[in-house]
Design a protein around this ligand. Structure first.
Ligand code: ATP
Ligand code: MG
Length: 398
């Protein structure tokens, strides 16, 4: 028999008239995700989504659903007709399968279908009495049972189940619009990507590559990170910008303690133009308050002055150990700690300015006409479509 999974999506229920838009998107995202692992039917009834697996590994399907944003929880369920006889039989068959002798239990009923003739407590009582009359060694504990047998009565049919897994929560990817993430090969920006995706932002990524100062391995690493994040975001696009000439010019024409600030302003300009071309409404970075000189409030203000688009920083107030914890859970950590050079660390000054001012940055940029190099970087950008690739280090999110 085909396995059936019931999907709940708590937060969406709060979204009023946007609800069907959210549901459609979630449905679409689940379908795209399921295609990678199984042959199944994904459909919606009022307030619930269902995945009916025709062919495929149940564990793999569940693990993918747990990584799909917008899902609050999910259960494998057994379908029953809207008939007490059938509900009782299905409940008994399920308990026979999962019950361990001596384990306490309780029946809980949810009746979304108010036309069903029995009220929830009556359904629970009848089902419990039936199961108890046929199974041995099944003590009832209504306060803190070890096993809960759930009966959910909906419009067209009823469902019985004993387990619910927590989903990743958040919003379906895409409902919050599109953003452009500045992706380095470090620990932070992939985690920032995960958090933005979790709030429903569809992302494209932009990576600045400074060959030969940064090697092909550094580029490879970024491709691998983005391929892993495609598990959460669907197939995604990565832009790789050749940054070497621009970077050299910055260090030639600006005082070295201002190099990082001017470089980051140039990154913002290229990112903003890329966002415009790709229909992204905001930039996202892995910046974190106080982590390094370029991440003081003053530095961030001067950096984003050059963007002309909102710059969002999902990790702004996280501690490094919290970021690492997420990176390990989502599987990006083992890739991020591979040794590599980032263009931010090439030519780095030992004492960069920590309290820069906009006017000074703007004045320094007047010393040289960077415009042709900005164009060169934009026009020679490489755009790659990336499909999901699993990480051996992925722990899974519970
Ligand atoms: P990360 O771990 O994400 O590299 P970080 O703590 O090393 O961050 P920085 O190197 O100062 O910090 O970079 C801050 C942010 O700037 C990064 O999180 C990323 O969003 C962006 N960034 C840095 N280097 C690059 C790059 N080569 N290409 C694209 N974006 C970058
Ligand atoms: Mg970095």
């Amino acid at each position: 028999m085909a396995e059936l999974i019931l999907i709940r999506y708590g937060e969406l229920a709060l979204k009023g008239k946007n609800r069907s838009y959210f549901e459609e998107r979630l449905l679409k995202n689940i379908r795209a995700n399921m295609k990678k692992a199984s042959r199944c039917r994904v459909y919606r009834t009022r307030g619930r989504l269902f995945v009916e697996i025709m062919e495929g590994d149940l564990e793999e399907v569940i693990s993918r659903l747990k990584d799909t944003f917008g899902i609050s929880s999910l259960s494998t369920v057994v379908r029953a007709q809207l008939d007490m006889g059938d509900i009782k039989e299905k409940a008994l068959a399920l308990m026979e399968k999962v019950h361990r002798p001596g384990e306490t239990f309780k029946v809980e009923t949810k009746r979304a279908n108010k036309a069903f003739p029995l009220k929830s407590p009556e359904v629970s009582r009848e089902v419990a009495a039936y199961v108890l009359s046929r199974l041995e060694d099944l003590p009832v504990d209504v306060h803190s049972p070890q096993k809960r047998l759930h009966v959910e009565i909906r419009e067209a049919e009823a469902y019985v189940f004993t387990e619910a897994w927590r989903g990743a929560g958040g919003l379906p990817v895409g409902v919050s619009g599109k953003g452009l993430l500045l992706l380095s090969g470090g620990i932070d920006s992939p985690v920032a990507a995960y958090l933005a995706l979790k709030r429903g932002v569809a992302l494209e990524a932009l990576h600045f590559h400074s060959f030969p100062f940064t090697s092909d391995r550094a580029r490879e690493k970024v491709l691998d990170l983005w391929a892993l994040l495609a598990r959460y975001g669907g197939d995604m696009t990565l832009h790789v910008a050749p940054f070497t000439n621009l970077q050299k010019a910055i260090y030639q024409h600006c005082p070295s303690d201002w190099g990082v600030i001017v470089m980051r302003r140039m990154m913002m300009r290229i990112a903003a133009e890329t966002a415009l071309r790709r229909g992204a409404k905001a930039l996202f970075t892995g910046e974190n308050l106080g982590q390094v000189a370029s991440q003081t409030m003053e530095s961030m203000a001067v950096t984003e002055d050059a963007a002309g688009l909102p710059v969002f920083r999902p990790l702004l107030c996280y501690d490094k150990n919290e970021i690492i914890h997420i990176a390990k859970n989502i599987g990006t950590y083992p890739i991020s700690i591979r040794p590599y050079e980032d263009c931010c660390t090439v030519f780095v000054d030992p004492h960069p300015v920590t309290r820069p001012q906009k006017d000074r940055a703007r004045a320094l940029e007047e010393n040289f006409d960077f415009t042709p190099l900005l164009h060169e970087c934009l026009e020679n950008m490489e755009t790659v479509s990336i499909s999901e690739k699993a990480s051996p280090g992925k722990k899974g999110i519970s």
